[in-house]
Design a protein around this ligand. Structure first.
Ligand code: G
Ligand code: G
Ligand code: MN
Ligand code: NA
Length: 249
């Protein structure tokens, strides 16, 4: 449906934009913002990543795009008055490509962002595909000093031994579990168990997809360290948050 040449051109010409969604601590203060890419297409309007990332992943367009996203997110975060973290989603293809730790380090140096303010979000798939390669990559990234979050946790195939072995910082409970609260009896027990598991392993636990006060109350009561979702803050242009709060973030 889209031409790859259009997408490649969009990377450099301002048509790709980053939205940011806040992650709040239990007391309601913002701790981090997750960068979420969008394509502001000249004729088709705003296009979400599920509609163009697969196209980018057909060749090395994804690497160029991911580096642009990473640089943009780091540059943005480096400009904030508050030293909040920024989280960036990593395509599994980018994760396996070339010199990711070197690229990350170069972008941190270029933008002046402290490494511990960057969290890279990976999905369970990258750990399962090639254990040794993933382990080596994660160790190098941790040597650079960045944080690693396991995104969409609970939907993939990661075994508990992976959780023990990999140098992770954060578990992000997939939004399907939050969504099922109050609807599927087991979801409360699953969330409670994952919070306990994450904390026992020394990880921060974040819940995604928070869409109501009831869900928020439950997640906070269960000890989730961070909450993220439409109820606590929709993804938006970062300037929208500045206008909303009337101050720099
Ligand atoms: O932002 P939205 O909810 O439409 O995102 C849909 C999917 O696209 C999610 O799986 C999200 O992780 C992914 N995504 C959003 N932004 C990025 C990005 O910058 N890079 C990659 N690789 N995936 C992204
Ligand atoms: O896979 P990942 O967790 O990175 O995906 C994030 C996606 O989830 C983004 O596209 C974002 O727009 C979307 N999202 C964020 N908060 C909510 C929410 O409360 N409900 C739903 N349905 N989607 C959300
Ligand atoms: Mn994510
Ligand atoms: Na997720």
């Amino acid at each position: 449906q889209f031409l790859k040449s259009e997408l490649r051109a969009a990377i450099g010409n301002g048509a790709l934009i980053l939205h940011f969604q806040p992650q709040l601590a239990a007391d309601g203060t913002a701790v981090a913002f997750e960068a979420l890419v969008r394509w502001n297409h000249p004729t088709r309007g705003m296009i979400g990543p599920v509609d163009f990332i697969p196209l980018a992943e057909e060749d090395d367009t994804i690497v160029k795009m991911s580096e642009w996203i990473l640089r943009g997110a780091c540059r943005e975060a480096a400009s904030w008055e508050n030293p909040l973290r920024v989280a960036v989603n990593l395509s599994p293809l980018h994760f396996r490509s070339g010199n990711l730790p070197g690229t990350v380090q170069a972008i941190l140096e270029e933008t002046g962002l402290a490494p511990d303010r960057l969290e890279l979000e990976i999905t369970e798939g990258v750990m399962v595909q090639d254990f040794e390669q993933a382990m080596s990559m994660l160790r190098k990234l941790r040597d650079v000093g960045v944080r690693i979050a396991l995104d969409d946790f609970g939907t993939g195939y990661s075994s508990l031994s992976y959780l023990q072995a990999f140098p992770l910082s954060t578990l992000k409970i997939d939004r399907s579990f939050t969504e099922n609260l109050g609807r599927v009896e087991q979801s409360a027990a699953i969330i409670r168990s994952v919070v306990g598991l994450g904390h026992a392993l020394g990880l921060e636990v974040a819940a995604e997809g928070v869409e109501s006060q009831e869900q928020l109350d439950f997640l906070i009561a269960e000890g989730c360290d961070l909450v993220q979702g439409y109820f606590t803050g929709r993804p938006a242009d970062i300037d929208a948050f500045r206008r909303l709060t009337g101050r720099d973030i």
